[in-house]
Design a protein around this ligand. Structure first.
Ligand SMILES: [Mg+2]
Length: 458
């Protein structure tokens, strides 16, 4: 790394010498430059003779978890405003709000919500819901980063003596019992509510972030305990039967690019076409079925000889990714059981998918960077490329997959031109023009229609 001081003209010269597309990204209020400018790799769909790596977002691209995040964000707004029932407030607006609360950092999502809905917040509701979230995190959370952030907020919002009282519950083992916990919530709320000072937008954002995480992590906790079905009924969410499920095509895509199917990939065509129709009802494909099968087998064989590296790149924190991916892999193993492939291959696939860390070449999460450097910044993708060992000369052979605007921009800012958008219902309102391709048919379309960006003669 070298440091070179320059005036405006020198900076402009640098941009002039790198002709192409740039993005301007706004920073959070507490960062020195209001805006940053990034050069983007040129969009590319050029077919290549091999794929070196596939980098994939998690929420909304690999899994259906996005709906749980949105639910938790809406819950947080309801809590701080006391508008708990849909009759009090209809909830977040799919067209207006969703583009601002998907694919970015949690801080940015919450900042947006507070700018838009902050005026609905009632001091009493805000304080009560913060105290509950703080106590729950201290008592039940297994995520040290989260616990430390809550502790910092407790110290910021409360006078020292009151803060000490609240913090004492972290180490008190008895508090985890449900009845004891409820009593403590009641008594501390009574004692400390009026001592809390949550003032100004920044404080409200901090408190709301804690409320959001508490809800999301409580849901993940229960999914981990096997309560997904029960939860789904309670929350009335529209996701499939297990709350966390693979996005359409994932069960074929992931083993395929690792070469685990080999030439047997063609046997999965009917399954893949069904998944395609789920994603894009306009797809029929009946007339091309023989060509599709032949291509799918050839792609399978190609990847068996040239397996791709695969990394998941998510703005979720590591604690969340661990639970989400473990649940996803358990769902995937169930799907693999139903695949009509040779038992030898099935055994290998089940073994490789025994855990996410056994399968992925890298799992990059928000915990690898910091909240202020998440997508649309390039960092998570640059870290992934570095960790799996792809040199710059290999970037043309990398595919990046994302469902959101920030994600598709982050991929290109990291130097990867094959930035592919795989939108789903919740990200339809996103501006995905930064992507080289918007594949409404998701992963099945990328395999069947685009030959996974491989040359036809591979
Ligand atoms: Mg996403």
């Amino acid at each position: 790394m070298s440091i070179e001081f320059t005036e405006t003209n020198g900076a402009l010269e640098l941009i002039r010498n790198n002709d192409g597309e740039y993005v301007i990204i706004s920073n959070p209020e507490y960062i020195f430059p209001e805006k940053e400018i990034y050069r983007l790799a040129p969009k590319s769909l050029l077919p290549v003779d091999h794929i070196e790596a596939v980098l994939m977002d998690m929420d909304g691209t690999t899994t259906t978890t996005e709906e749980l995040c949105i639910h938790s964000l809406e819950y947080a707004v309801r809590q701080i405003s006391g508008l708990e029932k849909p009759r009090d407030w209809a909830g977040l607006d799919r067209n207006e709000d969703y583009p601002h609360i998907i694919g970015n950092s949690t801080t940015k999502h919450v900042e947006y919500l507070i700018s838009k809905y902050g005026s609905k917040a009632k001091p009493d509701s805000l304080k009560k819901s913060f105290l509950f979230a703080a106590l729950w995190t201290l008592v039940y959370s297994r995520d040290m980063n989260r616990i430390n952030e809550v502790k910092a907020n407790i110290k910021k919002f409360l006078p020292q003596k009151s803060a000490d009282l609240l913090l004492s519950f972290e180490t008190d083992k008895k508090t985890a019992h449900k009845d004891v916990f409820e009593k403590i919530v009641k008594s501390t709320t009574k004692k400390l509510k009026d001592k809390l000072q949550i003032e100004g937008k920044d404080d409200v954002v901090r408190a709301t972030i804690d409320i959001y995480y508490q809800r999301y992590h409580q849901i993940l906790h229960r999914i981990k305990k096997g309560e997904a079905g029960k939860l789904q009924k309670e929350l009335g969410l529209s996701t499939g039967k297990s709350l966390i499920e693979p996005m359409q095509g994932t069960a074929v895509f992931l083993p395929l690019i690792k070469g685990y199917f080999g030439a047997e990939a063609g046997k999965l065509l009917e399954y893949l076409m069904e998944e395609y129709r789920h994603k894009d009802p306009a797809f029929d494909g009946a007339e091309s079925i023989d060509t599709y099968r032949e291509n799918l087998s050839r792609i399978g064989k190609h990847f068996e000889d040239h397996p791709s590296k695969v990394a998941v790149v998510t703005s979720s924190i590591s604690y969340e990714a661990e639970i989400v991916l473990a649940q996803l892999f358990s769902e995937l193993r169930n799907i693999f059981e139903s695949f009509k492939i040779s038992s030898k291959r099935k055994k290998i696939i089940l073994e490789k998918f025994s855990s996410p860390h056994n399968f992925y070449d890298a799992v990059i999460t928000a915990t690898d960077s910091s909240e202020i450097r998440l997508k649309p910044h390039r960092d998570l993708y640059s870290i992934a490329l570095y960790k799996i060992g792809v040199p710059k000369s290999g970037f043309a052979n990398v595919i990046g997959l994302e469902d959101s605007q920030s994600g598709t921009v982050a991929i290109r800012a990291a130097g990867v031109g094959k930035s592919i958008a795989v939108p789903f219902a919740h990200t339809q309102g996103h501006n995905l023009s930064g992507a080289a391709l918007i594949a409404d048919g998701g992963l099945p379309e990328i395999i069947l229609k685009h030959n996974l960006f491989l040359k036809q003669n591979i």
